[in-house]
Write a protein that binds this ligand. Structure first.
Ligand SMILES: [Fe+2]
Length: 411
């Protein structure tokens, strides 16, 4: 925008020049231009120079006035922008959801926002000049572990958590050193966040976690106790089975010992060994339904009696089938009298059709029976049992299982 003063000066200069020119034309007519440049006398020459100077001087002065006006306008605009920026910065600084303090290197507060003012209970202007530790910690000196003290030493950002007794709040303090415009001058920005809610949640989370772990521990204890009860019940069952006959006392426990030893020597997994242990303890549970007189008969069994005895693997499997979790025991118990060559009972399974655990159980069952007294014979020696295993390996028994068991018996 053109300055009005500049326009006035320029127009004034032009009018003065044109007025004199008109006067000169009226005085000298067509010889005006020659007269203007040559002049009549020294005074007229001075007037002519003055008129030209007025014309160009007014143009130049008008230009300078206009430029000054533009410069002033730009200055005013810059000041307004600066004021606006300052106002925005102040608003932002005050509306921060955490405390902000700027101090010099001697802990003196240079600026602080309204968060700090509310915390200290005094206006922002009264905070300026006070020591930061007086306002923040209500102390006469920096506290132990003061992040500003550390930041002064390290020249790096330092953070601590601080519990404020007065406000019953937990704050996170970060002090960040910043370089001033003058070289060697350092200021410190303090950022103070209220983390009470987060700390409370963390505390609750920790309590919940501890409670959860305690519950897991209780469950684990309960589970352990239940397993012990379960195991005791299985052993009691095994003892009941063995108690049916004076000849089979301790048989199930003995079979279990041998079967587990073979399985472990063969490198079977923990779950398979445990399954075999349970199957071994309960393998003759089907004999509960077999008459004692048949089991204790000192002479050879009749064909009908033998057929009844041969039912016990099926009966055992049927007895246990309603029990949830025992499903995997059933095929082992049902097959513990199968023979490797397929001539066993009740299903005539052959080779690897017979579950591996049943083949192991068969060997363990046979050994415990051979070295124990029976109503129809006295106990065999260990050496005799070994020779029988060698003779029947591949026919009655799985040769791989026999090899492992013979190795165990001979160590
Ligand atoms: Fe049996």
């Amino acid at each position: 925008m053109k300055s009005k003063l500049a326009v006035f000066v320029i127009i004034g200069g032009v009018i003065t020049f044109l007025s004199y020119t008109m006067y000169d034309i009226s005085e000298h007519g067509g010889g005006m231009i020659k007269h203007f440049f040559t002049g009549g006398n020294p005074f007229e020459i001075f007037i002519h120079i003055l008129i030209v100077t007025v014309l160009f001087g007014s143009l130049f002065t008008g230009y300078l006035i206009n430029e000054r006006k533009k410069l002033l306008e730009r200055t005013v605009s810059s000041e307004e922008m600066l004021r606006k920026a300052l106002s925005e910065w102040r608003s932002t600084f005050d509306s921060l959801p955490y405390g902000a303090i700027l101090t010099d290197g001697d802990y003196n507060i240079l600026r602080a926002n309204t968060f700090i003012a509310k915390l200290a209970g005094m206006p922002v202007k009264d905070l300026v000049g006070k020591k930061c530790f007086e306002i923040v910690h209500k102390k006469d000196a920096p506290i132990n572990g003061c992040p500003m003290h550390k930041a002064r030493m390290t020249g790096k950002s330092e953070t601590i958590e601080y519990y404020d007794d007065d406000h019953n709040r937990t704050f996170n303090f970060t002090v960040l050193p910043v370089s001033g415009e003058d070289e060697g001058l350092t200021f410190y920005v303090h950022l103070i966040g209220d983390i009470s809610v987060a700390k409370e949640q963390e505390k609750k989370l920790k309590q919940n976690r501890d409670a959860f772990f305690n519950m897991l521990k209780d469950i684990n204890e309960t589970h352990k106790e239940l397993r012990e009860v379960h195991n005791d019940l299985i052993v009691a069952f095994a003892n009941i089975i063995d108690a049916k006959s004076q000849w089979t006392k301790g048989h199930s426990i003995g079979v279990t010992t041998y079967a587990v030893a073979i399985a472990e020597e063969m490198g079977l997994g923990r779950d398979e060994v445990e399954l075999l242990r349970l199957a071994s303890l309960l393998h003759d549970i089907g004999k509960i339904g077999t008459y004692d007189v048949i089991l204790d008969k000192p002479s050879s069994l009749t064909e009908e009696e033998y057929l009844l005895v041969k039912q016990h693997p099926i009966k055992g499997s049927d007895i246990l089938s309603p029990i949830k979790g025992f499903e995997s025991l059933l095929p082992i118990i049902r097959a513990h009298h199968e023979r490797y060559d397929g001539t066993g009972y009740p299903d005539g399974l052959k080779g690897e059709q017979i579950p591996l655990l049943a083949r192991i159980l068969c060997v363990a069952d046979s050994y415990d029976s051979m070295i124990s007294d029976r109503p129809y014979r006295t106990a065999c020696s260990k050496e005799f049992a070994i020779s029988e295993f060698r003779r029947c390996s591949g026919s009655q028994f799985d040769p791989d299982v026999i090899n492992v068991f013979l190795k165990l018996l001979q160590t």
